[in-house]
Design a protein. Structure first.
Length: 134
């Protein structure tokens, strides 16, 4: 049974959320594990330390993460809107919607380093396929 666990293919969702190399799903995408070290938030090695997969596939490769970031942020906003609606609610005669807008602004600003890394991980996973032989 332990052999099955060791040879089991790492899941795509786990590798994206854990910021792992999409090719081997073992190597770390970012040099610094803490996204809140703001000087090193987006520093990546040139190649995967485990399998040697290049992380910058072409010049300007990560410009496309803006699209991914937009949809991830929109997903968070929609989920929070639904949760706020069913827990606190919205009304025309008070300022609850402004509290929601303010709290969402603060939340997205605080989560920005984590979301940047997540979007890079999603973006590279679109273009690099898993290789079980690695």
């Amino acid at each position: 049974m332990s052999v099955e666990i060791l040879t089991k293919k790492p899941g795509l969702l786990w590798s994206v959320l854990a910021n792992r190399c999409p090719h081997c799903r073992k190597g770390k995408l970012f040099s610094d594990p803490n996204p809140y070290h703001l000087k090193n938030t987006m520093k990546m090695p040139e190649h995967c330390p485990e399998c040697g997969q290049p992380f910058e596939l072409q010049t300007g490769f990560y410009f496309g993460t803006g699209y991914v970031s937009y949809f991830v942020s929109l997903f968070i906003i929609i989920l929070s809107f639904i949760a706020w609606y069913f827990t606190i609610g919205f009304a025309l005669h008070d300022n609850r919607i402004y509290w929601w807008l303010g709290s969402m602004s603060v939340l997205l600003i605080v989560l920005q380093p984590v979301l940047q890394r997540l979007c890079r991980s999603i973006w590279i996973a679109f273009f690099v396929r898993y290789d079980a032989g690695r």
